[in-house]
Design a protein around this ligand. Structure first.
Ligand code: ZN
Length: 188
């Protein structure tokens, strides 16, 4: 009888031990499951972090591209501004050059007009000189004719200290100086 009791006791103990082992296994399985869930959560977090970093890198590359595009556009606009400025300066230079050439042409015309005036003035002066010379020549011709007349129709008194001019007005060739009363023959 006692042996049966012991056997039952042992059997209960064994059963209790089995239950305890099963319970421990269940707890450990639960712990393992929790650990696995935790690991999965960590992995998801890591993947999310990687995705965020990838997105950030992508955005940073896009931002750099956009910045480069802006800089390229700025460079193009700066180049256009430089070319526009050069074109304006070239146009100004052309206008200035044309103004200088117009001024030179005006000065050249003025110089030609002044030269024409000088030439005309010289022609007038030359004509005046010719006229003056003609007048002188006419005067000389008159004087020569007068001298010829005097030589032909008058004589100087033979008295060296008198030398008055005497005109023969018809009559005989016997002459008398009215100043010094010297008598002389006209043709002598
Ligand atoms: Zn005389």
């Amino acid at each position: 009888m006692a042996r049966d009791v012991y056997r039952k006791f042992v059997q209960r103990e064994i059963k209790a031990k089995k239950i305890e082992i099963e319970a421990r296994k269940a707890i450990e399985a639960q712990k393992a499951l929790k650990a696995l869930e935790a690991q999965k959560g960590l992995n998801r977090a890591l993947e999310l972090q990687k995705a965020i970093e990838t997105q950030k890198k992508l955005e940073a590359r896009e931002a750099i591209k956009a910045q480069k595009a802006i800089e390229a556009q700025n460079a193009v606009e700066a180049q256009k501004a430089i070319e526009t400025q050069k074109a304006i300066e070239a146009q100004k230079a052309i206008v200035t050059q044309r103004a200088i050439e117009a001024l030179k042409a005006t000065e050249a015309r003025k110089e030609i007009e002044a030269q024409k005036v000088i030439v005309a003035q010289r022609a007038i002066e030359a004509q005046k000189a010719i006229d003056a010379q003609k007048a002188v020549d006419s005067q000389k011709a008159i004087e020569v004719l007068s001298q010829k007349y005097l030589d032909t129709y008058t004589r100087l008194c033979p008295t060296p200290s008198c030398r008055v001019r005497i005109q023969k007005d018809g009559g005989c060739d016997s002459m008398r100086c009215v100043k010094c009363q010297k008598s002389f023959i006209w043709y002598e």
